[in-house]
Structures are given as C-alpha cells and as structure tokens.
Design a protein around this ligand. Structure first.
Ligand SMILES: [Zn+2]
Length: 245
C-alpha cells in the first residue's frame, strides 16, 4: 500500500489490480478537535455532527468520489451484508434522523459507488471479484461469524486488501476470542495477544482469495489513526472505502 495525500488529508491506497480502488483513511486533515482531531468520520461519537459532515465532504473531494454515492450501514459487529444497487439513501453526505440499515459489509457491482465502513481498531477489509467490490468491518466477532466468506461468495473475490487495525502487539484478548478461531490452526496467539490481521489473512486464503495485501499497521501504536482501545472509547472513526473504477 502507498500513502497518498491531498489538502492535508492522508490515506493508504491499496492495489486492486486497476479495476477498483481501496483507500484507508488516517485521522489527519480534518476539522474536528480534541479527542476527535481531526478527520473524524463517525457521527455516532460525541463529536460535533457538523464537523463530521465537513470531514466527510472533504474526504470525498480529496478521493475524487461523489459523496452522494457513498454506501454505508449501521455496524453491529455481525456478518450481515448490504448489496447496494445504486439507489440507496445517502447517509454519508446527509446523515438524517433515521440511521442506515444494519450491516457490517457493503457490496456493489455498480461503477463509482464507494462502499464504506467506519473503524477504530477493527480491520477494514476490501474484496474485489468478478461480481463486484466489497468493504467489510471486521472485528473479531464479525470474523468469527463468517463475514469474510459471506462477502467472498457474493463478489467472487480473488483480491483483497486488509487495512490498518489493532495489531498483535496490542490486542490482548480473553479465552473466548482465542476459542473462536482454533479452526484456523496454531500461531494466532502471541501470549495473550491475538493476531487479528493473520486471522483475516487465513480466512481469505482458505476461501481461495489469491492476492492479499495487508497494511501491517497497528492503530493502537500508530497515532496517525484513531484507536478505540488506546483512547478508552472516546475517539473518532477512520474509514475503509472501496469502489469499482
Ligand atoms: Zn500495537
């Protein structure tokens, strides 16, 4: 992945073979302040909603995408997917009173419809296949519930990009988390810490996804990113965003 920058906004861009673009934003370049400084994209935080909308519009301009075309869901740490046909309500640019439908994965086969998830330690995972593109919100619960394989089947995925999330250096877990992934074999635990990117990589690999790019950046260690665990819950959200070119 390579770092890109525009007007102070910086993001990682993954190679999806020229057919699609996947970007993972940092917290840099926005207008939010304090715990939410500065490119907070999450409405469901204690941040000023007006700032969040300004950040979202700024990000869309920097990425060169239509903010009205962005699809997103209300994330619940599940494996539910939304397949978007290009007619959805634009929650991203115009967050209203009613939240978007519950889903942790956004998928589409339409060109130039960005699929977005919000994260702050969970992994954003992009998939590309013959039937479209997907962006998934992957915490341990969603991974254990099978969100990667569900999305892989829908888009016929052959390429994937795993964005920044909490790394094996910082993700201490309880025995219930370790038990959820014993089917993936040994080597996922480092003491009491779990290697969640490696969980995602193994699930992708087992599902037949051949090209997998991993950011290898820990959001807890790297202060260019929001980290829910480091900030004890009071923090902003960055995004994973992918679209068909
Ligand atoms: Zn770390």
């Amino acid at each position: 992945m390579i770092w890109r920058e525009s007007s102070g906004v910086s993001w990682l861009e993954a190679d999806l073979g020229g057919e699609a673009t996947a970007c993972f934003t940092s917290r840099e370049g926005g207008v939010s302040e304090g715990a939410f400084a500065s490119l907070n994209l999450g409405i469901l935080t204690e941040d000023n909603r007006e700032y969040v909308v300004r950040n979202r519009l700024r990000l869309a301009r920097c990425l060169g995408v239509d903010p009205e075309a962005v699809d997103m869901g209300r994330q619940v740490h599940g494996a539910g997917l939304d397949f978007n046909d290009g007619t959805g309500f634009p929650h991203f640019a115009s967050p209203g009173e009613s939240p978007p439908p519950e889903a942790d994965g956004q998928l589409t086969d339409k060109i130039a419809r960005p699929q977005l998830v919000l994260v702050a330690d969970c992994l954003p995972v992009a998939l590309l296949g013959d039937h479209g593109v997907a962006m998934l919100h992957c915490g341990w619960r969603g991974l254990a519930a099978g969100i990667i394989d569900a999305a892989r089947q829908r888009v016929g995925a052959r390429r994937a990009a795993v964005g920044p999330g909490i790394g094996p250096c910082c993700f201490e877990v309880g025995p219930e988390v370790e038990a959820a992934f014993t089917n993936l074999g040994p080597g996922l635990m480092h003491g009491r810490n779990m290697d969640l990117p490696e969980v995602a990589r193994r699930q992708l690999s087992r599902a037949g996804v051949e090209e997998i790019e991993i950011a290898g950046i820990c959001t807890y260690c790297d202060r260019r990113f929001f980290s829910h665990r480091r900030e004890r819950g009071r923090t902003g959200r960055q995004a994973g965003i992918a679209w068909l070119d």
